[in-house]
Design a protein around this ligand. Structure first.
Ligand code: 5GP
Ligand code: ZN
Length: 138
């Protein structure tokens, strides 16, 4: 538990939340300012600032839970699609620095903008990008 971390306190139950699921590793809560009806967050119980700090077991289990939540929420809410989003770092839109996965139900014509506009790769070439990443994956 990290001092002054709101998601540590919520995950621990010290601060009440609209909890949808809880086990030893995770708590799933409704987002207080939902992007869509049913927008929820999977919080780890352990404090990880972001994905870079996370252990492999938690990293795999979080997606198993995301799949289970997505199925249950889709059946319950009757949504037409689903976004799973996870922000790391301020520049990427992270505002709470305790790992969380966004579960965002989507509805036909809901008008929510999460789309990234693709652009032509002009200032770099894809072969170079592939090469430098491949080196790190060895
Ligand atoms: P981020 O921008 O860090 O990826 O997402 C943080 C999310 O946490 C936002 O969607 C925000 O609405 C939500 N949030 C921030 N504080 C609280 C809180 O105290 N309770 C709940 N339930 N959600 C929160
Ligand atoms: Zn925390």
């Amino acid at each position: 538990m990290e001092e002054n971390c709101i998601f540590c306190k919520i995950a621990d139950g010290e601060i009440p939340s609209k909890t949808l699921y809880e086990d030893d590793m995770f708590r799933v809560i409704l987002d207080i300012n939902p992007a869509s009806k049913g927008h929820a967050l999977i919080l780890t119980k352990k404090h990880f600032k972001n994905i870079y700090e996370m252990d492999n077991v938690t990293a795999s289990e979080v997606f198993v839970l995301a799949k289970r939540m997505a199925k249950a929420m889709t059946e319950a809410l009757g949504c037409n699609g689903f976004n799973i989003v996870q922000n790391n770092g301020e520049v990427a839109g992270q505002t709470v620095f305790h790992f969380h996965l966004h579960l965002i139900p989507r509805y036909t014509n809901d008008g929510i903008q999460l789309n990234m506009e693709g652009k032509e790769a002009k200032d770099y070439n894809l072969d170079d990008i592939q090469a430098i990443i491949l080196q790190k994956m060895r």
